[in-house]
Design a protein around this ligand. Structure first.
Ligand code: ZN
Length: 231
């Protein structure tokens, strides 16, 4: 029984290590959140920039087409056979020019908006450039921390395996199944008041007698843990 208690001590240490793995440093959690917020904002700004750039490109293409048509109308007016024809082409030229002017006026605020977004993107990149190396350093430290824990855990597991070899397989099997179900203690001592050391239930007389006789594997009738008497 004492061997099993010693093995349980190692098992509890392994459980504690597992829990330690989840203790991610607050500084790292915050740095990850900061980076994610910056990445998200950057992605949103980039989408905004691409949309604006698309609008500017579209307007510029339209403007180029209009300028071609203005040129064509202008030369057609010069080459027109009649005054009526010439004035028709001149009207066309005027129409296209008015439209081109409208588009130029539309492009201007778009360009300004685009510039504003570019400035914000550059500022975000600057902030990322200062946040990312610090985060990477923290991530590295976290990897080292987890590596240490895993190393210790492997050592403990090896120790546990060799300890298990010295324990009666039936007892060990019972212990393992109780631990799996109860997530913690598999074997406990009976208290001086004849209560289960884990769930604190008062042990019935027949259980107490069975313990006193020894030899048999006795389990708590309430929580199922293996019971051991003091000493
Ligand atoms: Zn119990």
């Amino acid at each position: 029984m004492n061997d099993l208690f010693e093995l349980q001590t190692v098992d509890l240490e392994i459980v504690a290590l597992e829990e330690k793995k989840n203790d991610v440093p607050t500084e790292l959690i915050e740095a990850r959140q900061d980076r994610k917020a910056l990445d998200d904002e950057r992605a949103a700004r980039e989408a905004e920039r691409n949309e604006l750039q698309g609008k500017v490109n579209e307007a510029e293409a339209e403007l180029a087409r209009l300028r071609e048509r203005i040129k064509l109308a202008s030369s057609s007016a010069l080459q027109a056979g009649t005054a009526k024809e010439a004035s028709q082409f001149q009207n066309q030229e005027l129409q296209f020019s008015t439209r081109a002017q409208e588009i130029e006026e539309d492009i201007l605020p778009l360009m300004e908006e685009l510039e504003g977004v570019e400035t914000k993107l550059a500022a975000l990149d600057e902030r990322l450039a200062s946040v990312v190396p610090a985060l990477e350093e923290l991530e590295e430290a976290e990897q080292a921390r987890l590596g240490d824990i895993n190393g210790t855990q492997k050592e403990l597991e090896a120790k546990r395996d060799s300890m298990a070899e010295g324990i009666d397989p039936t007892l060990l099997k019972q212990y393992d199944s109780v631990r799996k179900a109860k997530r913690g203690l598999g074997i406990v001592k009976v208290t001086a008041e004849k209560r289960c050391g884990a769930c604190n239930v008062q042990l019935p007389l027949h259980v107490q007698q069975k313990l006193k006789r020894g030899g048999d594997l006795v389990r708590c009738p309430s929580c199922g843990r293996i019971l051991a008497t003091e000493g």
